[in-house]
Design a protein around this ligand. Structure first.
Ligand code: NI
Length: 141
């Protein structure tokens, strides 16, 4: 049960709205307000680390086609530039062409933001996602 609620009005692109409705149908979810609340809540926790201070810990996930050699070199160069905060990485060969990589990162927020920004600028990466949490918060709880 939700506590105090606020009624608000937002504009959503039709394509996103339709995707939401079909996902709700697939998942047998009827409560649109709860669905949107959960989505916003997830997004907030996904983005919150960017406002934290001190150290953050998390992973970068990338999917890419390894035949794009220029992109691959750029990805490697960036990782070598950030060896001070990159702790580990795992590479999965998904298909003959497609690779999936998870890069483990621990470091000062500004340094991590710089890495995420550099990585996200690399053209030709099929999927890129960053998931981080504040190390301070983690140690408090
Ligand atoms: Ni591979």
């Amino acid at each position: 049960m939700m506590g105090n609620v606020i009624k608000t009005s937002v504009s959503i692109p039709t394509t996103i709205y339709n995707e939401m409705v079909s996902l709700m149908t697939e998942l047998s979810v009827n409560n649109k307000s709860k669905f949107i609340t959960d989505a916003i809540s997830n997004y907030i926790s996904q983005m919150k680390w960017r406002t934290s201070k001190g150290k953050v810990v998390g992973v970068l996930m990338l999917a890419y086609y390894h035949e794009k050699t220029m992109m691959l070199k750029k990805l490697m160069d960036i990782q070598h530039d950030f060896i001070d905060i990159i702790k580990s990485s795992i590479h999965f060969h998904l298909t003959k062409e497609l690779c999936f990589e998870v890069i483990g990162v621990v470091g000062e927020i500004n340094r991590v933001k710089k890495l995420v920004s550099e990585m996200s600028k690399v053209k030709g990466v099929y999927k890129f996602q960053a998931a981080f949490i504040s190390l301070n918060k983690l140690m408090e709880s």
